[in-house]
Design a protein around this ligand. Sequence first.
Ligand code: PBG
Length: 326
Amino acid sequence: MNLIRRPRRNRQSAVIRDMVQETHLSVNDFIFPLFVMEGQNIRSEVASMPGIYRYSLDLLLDEIGQCVDLGVRAFDLFPNLPEAKKDKYATESCNPDGLYLQTIRAVKDRFPDVVVMTDVAMDPYSSDGHDGVVENGKILNDPTLEVLGKMAVAQAQAGADIVGPSDMMDGRVGYIRQMLDVHGFQDVAIMSYSAKYASAFYGPFRDALDSAPKFGDKKTYQMNPANSREALIEAELDFAEGADYLMVKPALPYLDIIKLLSDNYELPIAAYNVSGEYAMIKAAAQNGWLDGQRAMAEALMSIKRAGASVILTYFAKEMAELLNDR
Ligand code: PBG
C-alpha cells in the first residue's frame, strides 16, 4: 500500500515514542494531601483508601520527610478532629494550640522549603458537617465568609504558603484576599476550588475525616455535575477576586472542565484527583482487575494532558516512587 501518512512510524520504538511524547509527568506537578489526627505514634489506615493513613503529628513529619526524599515538596493538610471539638461556627479552626495550626507550624519548622497548602473550609470542625454556617437547615453564605476569613488568617499566621478555600461560598476568594492583605499576608497565595462539583467521589475523604454532612447534601453550594458553562462563571469570579490558581474538582470525571479552564485562563490550573478516584483504582487493583500502577500513571497523565499543571493526588508518593525508578 502506498500510504503517505503512517502515524505508526512515530511509534515504532521506545526511543522514538519517548522523543515524540507530548506530555510529561513530574514530581513537581504534585501536591500530596495528608490527614493529621491527635495523639502520638498513630498511623491509622483509611478503610476506603488503602495505603492512605491518618497520622499523628510525629509520624506525619516522618511521612513528609520520606516524600521530600522522593522529590514531593508540596502538601495539602487536612485535620481529623474528634466530635467533641466540633461546633456550629468551627471555632476550633482558629485555636492556635489546636491540632491543625500546630501541625502547620511544625511542618514549616521542620521543613522550611516545603510548600504547605491548607484547607479553608468549616466541615472538619463543623458539628453540622457542612462547609458553611447552618441556620434552620440553610447554609448561610455571608456569615460563613467571616469564619473563612479568620481561618485563612490563622493559617497564614501559622505559616501556610497557599490557602485553599474548598467551600464554594460566593465571594470567599475576594474576602479572604482582603483579610490576608489587611493582616500583612500579601505573599500568601490562594488556590481556589473554582469548579467544585457536588460529587459522589468525595465519599472516602469524608470517611477519613468523619466529616460527612449530618443532614442533606452540599448541592446548594457545590456545582451540578451537569454544568460546564457555570464553571466559567465561577472561574471568572475567582480570577477577578484575586485567585492565584484555579482548581477543578474532581479531576477524572471532569477532564472537559480542566480543558475548558486551561483554554480560557492564563492562571495555573490545578486539578484534585479526589479520594473516590483513588479508591476506584486501588479497589480494582486489589481484585486483580487491572494493573494498579499503570492505571495510576495513565489517570495522572490524562489530568495533565487535559491542562492541569498542578495535581492534588493521593497517588503523589507512589507515583514519585515510580518516576524515580524509571
Ligand atoms: C470539604 C472538602 C472535601 C474534599 C476536600 N475538601 C469534601 C467535601 O466537599 O465534602 C474532598 C477531597 C477528596 O475527596 O479527596 N471542604
